[in-house]
Ligand binder design. Structure first.
Ligand SMILES: [Zn+2]
Length: 103
């Protein structure tokens, strides 16, 4: 009479993955080393150039275009240019590789 095991529960148990905390950064402020938008690691120089007053980078070349970064998106400002996060294909045509004059 007593059905102790629910087959569905057993399946759910099998599918449970070993979820260790892989995001182990040996840094006091790991988030400050990362783009606040996409989490990409950014260099200290990049933070100084494009970051805000506290050298915190809100956007980086991985998730935004150089054009927008130069206008202040890295410091968290809103600019008039279209956000590539809204139109991802723009990143492929971005000026991230810089130059354009060297062909
Ligand atoms: Zn980013």
């Amino acid at each position: 009479m007593a059905v102790l095991h629910n087959p569905e529960a057993t399946q759910a148990d099998n599918s449970e993955a070993a979820s260790d905390d892989l995001a182990d950064a040996s840094n006091d402020n790991p988030e400050l080393d990362q783009c606040q938008f996409c989490g990409t690691h950014v260099t200290e120089q990049f933070r100084r150039v494009f970051g805000d007053d506290q050298d915190i980078v809100h956007r980086c070349i991985e998730c935004d275009t150089i054009t927008r970064l130069q206008k202040g998106t890295g410091a968290g400002r809103d600019v008039n240019h279209t956000d590539p996060a809204d139109e991802p294909w723009r990143l492929r045509n971005s000026h991230a590789k810089a130059g354009g004059a060297f062909q």
